[in-house]
Design a protein around this ligand. Structure first.
Ligand SMILES: [Fe+2]
Length: 422
């Protein structure tokens, strides 16, 4: 993160934390009816739930503790819910990971702001003197408050990501949080059920309402871990492959980085950017079946060598299409050596038939190849590579994506020459 971005992020975090502290003081001062039983029971539950939460793609995590905290708000009021929230902030995993202190401050600040404002709205609108628990307007208030909490919590988190990574806040929100909306409303309904059964039959009902929620969350966490393990083991193969070929060391990681820069300029959503990033990392995985003597050849490749090399997009596609969350876009690997004019391989597809991800991948891949040393030629300079891209625009590469990428390289050139002056 650049120093300016880091400073902006720290200012944002400090403001969020400060507002959180002020709101917490206000709530504890205004509502002095803390329930010790509520704090103990619900505090233990949120502590367990938060320590078994699953990470989200870009940042943050998904946890059922909202449902539990929210139930404590319905049952015991704002101050108890606030203390339960403060307990939920103590996540052992985060502390053992040695997360920077400002991340803790931010988490604390944004959770406290979210629960305090939600509590104020709840206290203003919820009719406590109504006897029936399922009084329609009160149920409506509960769902409204759930929405308020969700929006505050996710927008504050998207804000910090948007500042620190200079990503459009809407993109961050859609990718990270939009898909949680149904899940969040399910948790709101669960909070109603938890509170209703608690009121009717007492605290022991928590064993039947909250614990199954925590177990369901734990199985989701295991699924996320499995997905990461699959990606890591495949990336390990890529690293071994690149280590054997001295000329392509680090190639896939650089290609992935170029793809990410292009896709941000194209304003793709964060979900697609993540998928493309994974595909770019794996785009040459099909080379595992090519003989090393061909890959490391120091002289011109024969016709037979080329026949072998041209198989790698198909082999790579066959491998990647088996990965559940990548199979929908795996054809980017199949077509990453196709050309707009139809003279590429393996199928000679023309521009209109080549998917967007493959077009992006083709440019990023070609540029990294141009700017790296090869056994038979030295690396081209940035300017020579730009000329080469310009020359092949509309023939080998998509015109619009090529222009975007040339601008990225030029901006990068200007940025790095600017840094040198300092
Ligand atoms: Fe390739």
């Amino acid at each position: 993160m650049s120093k300016v971005k880091e400073l902006n992020a720290k200012i944002y975090v400090s403001v969020v934390f400060l507002i959180g502290i002020l709101l917490a003081i206000y709530i504890l001062y205004k509502y002095r009816d803390v329930s010790i039983l509520g704090v103990v029971l619900f505090g233990v539950l949120v502590f367990i739930a938060d320590n078994l939460s699953a990470p989200l793609p870009k940042a943050g995590s998904v946890s059922v503790n909202f449902g539990i905290t929210f139930a404590s708000l319905i049952l015991f009021g704002p101050s108890t819910a606030l203390i339960v929230t403060i307990i939920s902030i103590f996540n052992i995993k985060e502390f053992t990971k040695r997360v920077p202190y400002y991340k803790h401050l931010f988490n604390a600040g944004q959770y406290i702001i979210s629960i305090c404002i939600t509590s104020i709205v709840f206290d203003l609108l919820y009719k406590k003197n109504v006897e029936s628990f399922f009084y329609p307007s009160n149920i409506g208030v509960i769902f409204l408050c759930a929405y308020v909490f969700f929006m505050l919590n996710t927008i504050l988190t998207a804000g910090v990501l948007s500042i620190s990574e200079r990503i459009n806040i809407f993109n961050v929100w859609v990718f990270n949080f939009a898909w949680i909306i149904p899940y969040h409303f399910f948790l709101s309904a669960m909070a109603i059920a938890i509170s209703f059964l608690y009121k009717l039959y007492g605290p022991f009902t928590l064993i039947f309402t909250s614990l199954p929620l925590i177990m369901a969350q734990y199985s989701y966490l295991l699924r996320i871990k499995e997905r990461k393990a699959i990606l890591n083991s495949i990336m390990q193969i890529v690293r071994i492959m690149e280590a054997k070929d001295v000329y392509t060391a680090g190639h896939s990681i650089r290609v992935a980085s170029f793809c990410e820069q292009i896709s941000r300029k194209l304003r793709l959503n964060e979900y697609d950017i993540e998928i493309l990033n994974n595909l770019a990392n794996l785009h040459d995985i099909g080379k595992v079946q090519i003989d090393l003597s061909i890959l490391n050849k120091r002289w011109k490749l024969s016709k037979a060598d080329w026949v072998e090399i041209k198989k790698h997009p198909i082999v790579g596609y066959d491998i990647v299409k088996e990965i559940d969350f990548l199979k929908g876009k795996a054809d980017a690997i199949l077509y990453h050596h196709e050309r707009i004019d139809g003279k590429g391989y393996p199928f000679g597809k023309e521009g209109k038939d080549i998917p967007l991800f493959a077009k992006i991948l083709a440019i990023a891949d070609a540029y990294d190849a141009m700017t790296s040393d090869r056994p038979y030629r030295r690396a081209l300079t940035k300017q020579e590579s730009i000329d080469e891209l310009e020359k092949n625009k509309g023939k080998q590469f998509d015109i619009e994506i090529c222009d975007i990428f040339i601008n990225i390289i030029k901006e990068d050139q200007m940025g790095s020459s600017g840094e040198k002056k300092i």
